[in-house]
Design a protein around this ligand. Structure first.
Ligand code: NAD
Length: 270
């Protein structure tokens, strides 16, 4: 068998980081070589398995990103935009591939992220679940067939701790629909409504955000016409679905040259 792909996780103590450690541990074609989190986090200095519940890995959680970078073929980062840009900088210096799960980048931060993809392989998807990746394809098909006669609204729900809105997945869904309809999401998106809004502009794509409890991630895209409507819904019930997808994407990325890739490339959809 080929050597296991050497992976590390940044943000290892986070909700997703712990799941990523577990998803790496459950495969036999990957090996964990580094687990990193911020200096003030509980878990620094302990075996990574304490965070994931997996069997002991021999890898101690560290706050020294540079120490793990050189030994990693790919580093997986689900943290925050500023942190992810720092990881890309360090990865570019070490020529390490990066799988980014972080959402909430500003347009300017996104341009910087894309710039690193000219130097190293970068995988960037707001949602690593296979189901959402397939859903994006369904949305493209639906929007092309339905055209401008159907109003498009995107409704998403997440847990109370989520810090960005609308979700990266909802924005990605909006981009896919806008592209299919020949619109620019930057100018046609409407985020929430209140007061005397006037009638709906048919060229708009609306977003509604719910933040409550421990919802892992629900997305519905509504296409509403006269006399009928279609609702395309995805519901995540376990964070492991994102983690397994991201680890699968990491193995896929490890043999590729510099470039920008997303989960649709991994599934062979584009
Ligand atoms: P979280 O707050 O539970 O975890 C973030 C972790 O990053 C924390 O452990 C934090 O200490 C760590 N961190 C902060 N600064 C750091 C630094 N300088 N160096 C190293 N680590 C640092 O958040 P979460 O729920 O795990 O989500 C993280 C991100 O992933 C969010 O942007 C979220 O939207 C995104 N997310 C993406 C997907 C996907 O499939 N793409 C799925 C779920 C969540």
């Amino acid at each position: 068998m080929a050597m296991p792909t050497k992976l590390s996780v940044n943000g290892a103590a986070g909700r997703m980081g712990r799941q990523l450690l577990a998803a790496i541990a459950e495969r036999d074609d990957t090996s964990l070589v580094g687990a990193v989190d911020a200096p003030d986090q509980p878990g620094i200095g302990v075996d990574a398995s304490v965070l994931s519940g997996a069997v002991a890995s021999g890898v101690l959680v560290t706050d020294k990103l540079d120490d793990v970078m050189a030994s990693s073929q790919v580093i997986i980062d689900f943290t925050a935009p500023v942190v992810s840009l720092g990881v890309l900088e360090a990865a570019a210096a070490a020529q390490t591939g990066v799988v980014i799960g972080t959402t909430g980048f500003t347009p300017e931060q996104l341009q910087r992220l894309y710039g690193y993809a000219e130097k190293i392989p970068v995988m960037f998807a707001p949602n690593y679940s296979v189901g959402v990746t397939v859903t994006l394809d369904l949305l493209d098909k639906a929007a092309r067939a339905l055209g401008d006669d159907y109003d498009v609204e995107i409704i998403e729900a997440h847990h109370r701790h989520k810090v960005d809105a609308p979700s990266g997945t909802a924005i990605k869904m909006g981009e896919v629909v806008a592209d299919a309809l020949g619109r620019d999401l930057a100018t046609c998106a409407v985020y929430g409504r209140q007061g005397i809004t006037g009638e709906r502009d048919p060229q708009t794509i609306g977003f509604e955000t719910i933040r409550a409890g421990d919802i892992i991630g629900d997305h519905t895209v509504l296409f509403a016409g006269n006399g009928e409507r279609i609702e395309i819904t995805h519901k995540a019930t376990d964070r492991m679905t994102f983690a397994r997808g991201a680890v699968r994407a990491s193995v896929w990325l490890s043999s590729l040259p510099a470039g920008l890739y997303d989960m649709r490339n991994v599934l062979g959809l584009v």
